[in-house]
Design a protein around this ligand. Structure first.
Ligand SMILES: *Cc1c(COP(=O)(O)O)cnc(C)c1O
Length: 358
């Protein structure tokens, strides 16, 4: 594999060291016993460090790298109320000696008091972020404009703000973190002789999915990647990944496209009823991983994407393969904010997809 290609592609971009890398790849033999299918492996990006871990540590290395190069002293970011990105940006700012302003959007309907105060919201307070709110959860451009207004106010006070934007119209700098992760995974596959022939990852803003896919193809690997939809339908997510990979090809100055339309695979079979909302498959997946492997998943992203992987295993989609790698993108603090929703689903007593008594 041409992992050196990735190192060369990333060399021009300033990068702050924030994540504990490389994260390990673990095999999940007990989960395999419960569900069958090919051998199952997990890339432990929940172990990236930076205030409880997750995929955002990899993205933030590139945003903070640019922010520091520009001499910024204040970081601004938008996310859902229980955003992991916001929590980890607040941690990255603290570690880098910057102030941090976060804007929390109302993206999830009918939430309770615990959702508004526990989990990532508590951690934002501990990490010292100034918290703003934005009433709309489906208005990325509007949220970005509001952040620009806050940045303008900060400038008038003599501060030097740096904005991490939400909408897909901005340079996908964070995706470079997953271009790098692709190189890390290919090296681990080679050094540890791992039989990995498919990768499954949550797909939200799509920067992680797109960066991983582009990194693999740029390094000459044809391993398919399935993005499990956690934010919008498969149709819309396909467009999002397509737009993001093209912007990334431009950012990296690639002579020809690395990602073809056939490379973009998305699955939304476990997405309902919507972003940040639990369903019985997600609760089942969270309990199954906890009880079989002692691994925690989160309610918004990894519970849903693991439910997606399990649905695909059950549909025998991977039966011909030697092994499948699931990328654990983190998010665990949100579990505590979802206790009431979790309990409600359990009380409805939905039938389990798999028997978890082994
Ligand atoms: C943000 C997030 C994702 C989605 O990553 P994108 O790059 O936005 O697609 C997945 N898992 C967790 C835990 C996250 O916090």
């Amino acid at each position: 594999m041409h992992v050196n290609t990735i190192t060369k592609l990333l060399a021009p971009f300033p990068r702050a060291r924030l994540a504990h890398l490389p994260t390990p790849i673990d095999e999940l033999p007990n989960l395999n016993k419960a569900v069958g299918g090919p051998r199952l492996f997990m890339k432990r990006d929940d172990c990236t460090g930076l205030a409880l871990g997750g995929n955002k540590a990899r993205k933030l290395e590139f945003y903070l790298g640019e922010a520091q190069q520009l001499g910024a002293d204040t970081l601004l970011i938008t996310g859902a109320v229980q955003s992991n990105y916001v929590r980890m940006a607040a941690a990255a700012a603290a570690k880098s000696g910057m102030a941090c302003h976060v804007q929390l959007e109302e993206r999830v309907p009918d939430v309770d008091e615990i959702y508004r105060r526990s989990g990532n919201v508590l951690l934002n307070r501990i990490l010292g972020a100034s918290i703003h709110s934005y009433p709309q959860g489906e208005d990325e451009a509007g949220a970005d404009r509001r952040l620009e207004q806050i940045a303008q106010e900060l400038r008038s006070q003599g501060k030097r703000p740096y904005i991490i934007y939400l909408s897909a119209d901005h340079t996908p700098l964070g995706a470079l973190g997953y271009v790098n992760a692709a190189g890390e995974i290919l090296t681990q596959i080679e050094e540890q002789w791992l039989p990995i022939e498919h990768i499954v990852i949550a797909s939200g803003s799509s920067l992680s999915h797109s960066g991983l896919l582009l990194g693999l193809r740029a390094a000459g690997s044809e391993i398919p990647v399935t993005g499990v939809c956690v934010r919008r339908s498969a149709k819309l997510q396909f467009e999002r990944v397509s737009q993001c990979t093209q912007a990334l090809e431009q950012l990296l100055n690639l002579a020809r496209p690395a990602v073809m339309p056939k490379d973009i695979q998305v699955f939304d079979g476990t997405f309902a009823p919507g972003y940040g909302r639990l369903n019985a498959q997600v609760v089942e997946a969270i309990e199954l991983l906890g009880r079989s492997e002692g691994i925690l998943l989160d309610p918004v992203y990894t519970g849903k994407s693991m439910a997606g992987l399990l649905a695909l295993v059950r549909a025998k989609k991977f039966d011909q393969l030697g092994g499948v790698l699931f990328v654990h993108t983190g998010g665990i603090p949100a579990l505590f904010a979802y206790e009431p929703a979790f309990t409600r689903i359990l009380q409805q007593g939905a039938p389990p997809l798999f028997s978890s008594d082994m």
